[in-house]
Design a protein around this ligand. Sequence first.
Ligand SMILES: [Fe+2]
Length: 293
Amino acid sequence: MSVIARQIGQCFAAEVEGINMAKPLSREDVTAIHAAMDRYAVLVFHDQDIDDEQQLAFTRSLGDLEHAIGTSLRAPDEYRLPTTFADVSNLDKDNRVFTRDDRRRLFALGNRLWHSDSSFKATPAKYSLLRAVSVPSKGGNTEFAYMRAAYDSLDTETKELIEPLICEHSQIFSRQILGFTDFTEEERQRFAPVRQRLVRTHPTLGFKSVYLSSHAGSIVGWPVPEARAFLRDLTEHATQRQYVYAHRWRVGDLVMWDNRQTMHRARPFPVHEPRDMRRTTLMGEGPTVTQAA
Ligand SMILES: [Fe+2]
C-alpha cells in the first residue's frame, strides 16, 4: 500500500492514507512516515482500530520511546496505563472521570496552555503520538501552532536577540499561570527546572524555530517579570490563528506531531464526560542546550 500525505488546514498539517497500524510497518512505510514528518509537522491518521500494544509497536518502529514516570500527580499505584504511555485522559485507574476539584485533574489542566511536550525534561520529546480512545460529545479539540513560521515572521532584531537565549522550564511554572501552586516539597524537587534553548535548529533540515512552552518561566540572566512578559509576547505572536491547525477528534484518530517545531494545547470539554487519550512519545536527540542554535 502506498503512503499518501495530503495537506489539511495549514501548511504544516497533513492527513495520511495508506498506513494500517494494526500491522507491522514495512521499511518503506517507516521511510515514508519520516519523510512526511520532515515535510509536515503534524500528521493525522484516521480510523486506526488498534490497541495499546499496537500503538506501542507503531511508535517503537519510528524511534526510541520516552517513558512517562513521575510527570503527573498520579501516585505510582494510581496509574491507569503503563509508563510507556502518558495518560492524557481525565480518568482514574478504575476509568472513572476525575471529580471537578480532583488535584490530578487540576494539574492536568496545564495541558490547556500552549506547550511542547516534555519541554520540562532535559532531553525533551521529539514526536508525540496521541490516540483517541473515547472523545467527549463536544469540545476537546487539540490545537497546534507552527513554531517555524513563528520564527520566520520575527523581525531581524528579535531574531538576533533570542538567538543565544536559554530558558528554564518546569511544570511548576505552567501550573502557576493557572493558580495551581500547592506542590509538596517532593513534587517541587521532582519538577525542578531544566534549561532549553529558545531558538532551535532542525537537526537534519537546518531551519530554525522558536522553542516556546508554557513551562518556560525564566530566561537565564533576565529579571523574571521581564522574561515572562517577553515570553508571553512571543507566545502571542507564535499562536496567531494563521499559524494554528485545530484538530477535531474522532475515535480511532492518531495524531503525531513534532514537538521541536510546534506547540499545542487542548481545548475545554464537558467536565463530567470521559475523554480517553493515550500518548506515546519518542525521545529527542539530547539536551537542547548542547545543540547549536
Ligand atoms: Fe501535550
